[in-house]
Design a protein around this ligand. Structure first.
Ligand SMILES: [Fe+2]
Ligand SMILES: [Fe+2]
Length: 277
């Protein structure tokens, strides 16, 4: 059903070369110390759901070593794939730096609780492990877009100018990453329409926001959803539907039986989520 990972990596390598160049042209370098200048201080109080979002967002960024490991294992650390993953890791690394800088500058979270949470999270080292390259690229497309939305909405909910600009910087990076993966998988849908459709269904039905392994993750998730930062509704209308639209899945033709079944499951699942939300 799925093409071999070697085939996918080989055929998508030239697509990645181009998308990587585009990424480097589009993304402006930025520095955490410019965004939150050393010595900045301003007390900021946040409500519980917003605090949960800050906490989960930051601990997820702190878990970066395992996301990098999983991508290196699946995509390889040679050639353009390795070059991209290392560059991506370097960019992602700044997210936890700037988020923590802002939290320290505002007292928005209890730093003891945060550090205990980080130790627990990183000692556990749990991240999703997609079974093959097509599912992995589908997952990271969803995940980058979802984190872009979550960071942006967290910024809006903070009621603090500096905080908003911090979250916007991070959200803009995630949006750039999303663009690259979306382009890659767009090519994947052209090359392997059946397998890529099935990969979408497998990842739609499994998708959870990053953060598994965080203590009380379910309670935090519920609080984050309650304040309208990220929940089932945002996942459907700001992540799944626009991405599936980008890939033209609703109107794709010439699919085999299994892919057709996967497509109807995807859209049936969307309907269920819409009714619930
Ligand atoms: Fe990030
Ligand atoms: Fe990202």
């Amino acid at each position: 059903m799925y093409p071999s990972d070697e085939e996918v990596l080989g055929k998508l390598a030239p697509v990645l070369e181009e998308a990587f160049e585009t990424h480097l042209r589009r993304r402006r370098d930025w520095f955490a110390h410019d965004v939150v200048p050393p010595g900045a201080y301003e007390q900021v109080d946040v409500e519980d759901g917003v605090a949960s979002a800050l906490y989960v967002n930051l601990l997820t960024e702190d878990n970066l070593p395992y996301y990098s490991r999983t991508l290196l294992n699946l995509l390889g650390d040679e050639g353009v794939w390795g070059g991209w993953i290392r560059r991506w890791t370097a960019e992602e690394g700044q997210h936890s730096i700037v988020l923590r800088d802002w939290i320290r500058a505002t007292g928005a979270l209890d730093l003891d609780v945060l550090e205990r949470g980080r130790m627990h999270q990183v000692c556990g080292g749990r991240v999703p492990e997609p079974p093959n390259v097509l599912e992995a690229l589908t997952y990271v497309s969803f995940q980058e877009k979802a984190t872009a939305v979550a960071h942006r909405n967290t910024g809006k909910a903070l009621g603090n100018e500096l905080g908003r600009s911090v979250m916007q910087k991070v959200a803009a990076d995630e949006a750039h990453h999303y663009k690259l993966y979306c382009t890659l998988m767009g090519a994947g849908h052209e090359l392997w329409p059946d397998a890529a459709m099935i990969a979408v269904w497998e990842q739609v039905r499994r998708f959870a926001m990053p953060g598994e392994g965080i203590e009380d993750f379910d309670a935090h998730s519920a609080a984050i959803s309650d304040v309208g930062i990220f929940g089932a509704e945002q996942l459907l209308t700001e992540v799944f539907e626009p991405i599936v639209g980008e890939w033209g899945l609703e109107t794709a033709t010439g699919l085999g039986t299994d892919a057709e079944r996967a497509r109807s499951r995807i859209f049936r699942r969307f309907e269920t989520v819409r009714r619930r939300a």
